[in-house]
Ligand binder design. Structure first.
Ligand code: COA
Length: 377
């Protein structure tokens, strides 16, 4: 109704620039964190260094890196009391993202800084959250297997510790490196749905935990982070390389979405998918599952030829995690394990130049109705 509100509608806010940002940028098929390309960071950096870069807008010096790693790794430990409380939550038939959403919210109750707004308290919260989201994911898996909590080793990397806390076994160097690269690739991605959700919550000047829980809720959906699980379920349903092409053609003819393809911003390919593709090829081979890479390749070619759509970050990450033996419903929680660092960078950026998000909706409903008493309806 023009008389109520007149404005352009961009469904899904496509192309709308909602804020300025200095955290990550996407230009055509180039993704940068704080000015460094994702290829450069994936090849040379570590997750810990990327987190530091995202938060402090510079690569750490040797001393800064050492202190940051020590603090982060120490913070991965979960207090006995928290483990006890979390152990009492239901886990059978519960999606790990739902459990994680609740567990992160509970974490705030153990954090004395949770509602503090000074810089030092907020830095401590950011470290705790980034360190502990992965520990919570690992704990969930231990609990549902009827196993006990595994404490981290502060001398080891974040990637090493996550794999160790999950399985109780020390990962080999290749698995640690591949997992670390996955964490780097997922750490941030400009104004994606979950970062925007976190920023919207932060824009009311709500606390960091509330903003992170908003991010977790948004990431859970199959159109965002939840797609990586769906990719693996699709591969398992297809079952063989020989069936892949016809299965996908049928799905496209039915106008079904093929998970792990398409992107709102990238129209010429997602640079993260290219890196994950080569990791998927080597890991599926290493762990005796090469058919899943072959199947993925056929799907990739078929979707590209039929629809002109290219794989996004979720497509090849699925087979990377599957090769490592990670349960399928943990793929999105692992995404959150890394992305929490990006949400925190966005929350801080939002606080630093805040104006509350409050868009308008164009009214398309009834007008001019008159209320009638109940007995006259
Ligand atoms: N499989 C089949 N068709 C797809 C598709 C997919 N994965 N992604 C997009 N399309 C089609 C749409 O059906 C639409 O076709 P139409 O114009 O004939 O209706 C067109 O491409 C545009 O897609 P749209 O859904 O409007 O794009 P969007 O920008 O709103 O959504 C995604 C982007 C990522 C949500 C969307 O591509 C998608 O749902 N992909 C699958 C889920 C996924 O992998 N998500 C992870 C994102 S990192």
């Amino acid at each position: 109704m023009a008389e109520i509100y007149e404005g352009a509608i961009d469904k899904g806010l496509e192309g709308v620039v909602a804020c300025t940002t200095e955290i990550s940028s996407i230009v055509d098929a180039t993704l940068c964190f704080r000015g460094y390309t994702i290829e450069d960071l994936a090849a040379h950096s570590t997750f810990e260094e990327v987190v530091y870069l995202l938060w402090y807008d510079k690569l750490p010096s040797q001393n800064e890196y050492k202190t940051f790693c020590q603090t982060l790794h120490k913070e991965m430990a979960l207090k006995d009391d928290l483990v006890k409380q979390l152990s009492s939550l239901p886990h059978a038939g519960v999606h790990p993202m739902s459990w994680l959403r609740t567990a992160v919210s509970m974490l705030a109750l153990w954090d004395p800084d949770a509602n503090e707004q000074d810089e030092k308290s907020q830095d401590r919260i950011a470290l705790r959250l980034t360190a502990k989201v992965g520990s919570l994911v690992a704990l969930f898996e231990r609990l549902r297997q009827g196993k006990s909590y595994v404490a981290p080793n502060p001398e080891k990397s974040f990637a090493w510790n996550f794999m160790y806390m999950l399985s109780g076994k020390e990962p080999d160097a290749e698995v640690e490196k591949v997992f670390d690269t996955c964490l780097i690739l997922h750490a941030d991605h400009e104004l994606n749905c979950s970062a925007f959700a976190a920023r919207v919550t932060a824009s009311s000047l709500s606390d960091i935990y509330s903003a992170v829980v908003s991010g977790i809720g948004a990431l859970k959906g199959p159109l965002h982070g939840g797609a990586n699980e769906q990719v693996m379920l699709t591969l398992l349903e297809i079952g063989t390389v020989a069936k892949a092409e016809s299965w996908i053609k049928k799905a496209l003819a039915n106008k079904d979405k093929v998970m792990g393809f398409g992107h709102r911003v990238y129209k010429n390919g997602d640079p993260r998918a290219k890196i994950l593709q080569s990791m998927s090829q080597s890991l599926t081979k290493k762990f005796g599952k090469p058919e899943f890479f072959e199947m993925s390749k056929v799907i990739h070619e078929t979707v590209e030829n039929e629809k002109g759509l290219l794989p996004n970050v979720d497509f090849y990450s699925a087979t990377v995690y599957y090769s490592m033996g990670i349960p399928i419903d943990l793929y999105t929680p692992i995404f959150a394990t890394s992305r929490v660092s990006g949400w925190l960078a966005h929350i801080f950026e939002q606080y630093s130049k805040n104006r509350i998000y409050r868009p308008r909706g164009e009214w398309t409903g009834h007008t001019g109705l008159k209320w009638k008493p109940l007995n006259q309806r």
